[in-house]
Design a protein around this ligand. Sequence first.
Ligand SMILES: [Zn+2]
Length: 58
Amino acid sequence: MNTGAEFGIVLGLRFFVCDACETVYADVEKPPLCSNCDVDSIQEIKAEMQAASYFSCR
Ligand SMILES: [Zn+2]
């Protein structure tokens, strides 16, 4: 069974999380602003295992 994270890694996507609201983004580059709360507090999730844990919890 594929998780969302595994699927994204196959496509070459990177993962980002908003520090303010914990929204997780999968994109090829860092979103400039969080589309959920409009703040510039998005951090890249660099560890693949950490990205996987975000998805498996949801
Ligand atoms: Zn946010």
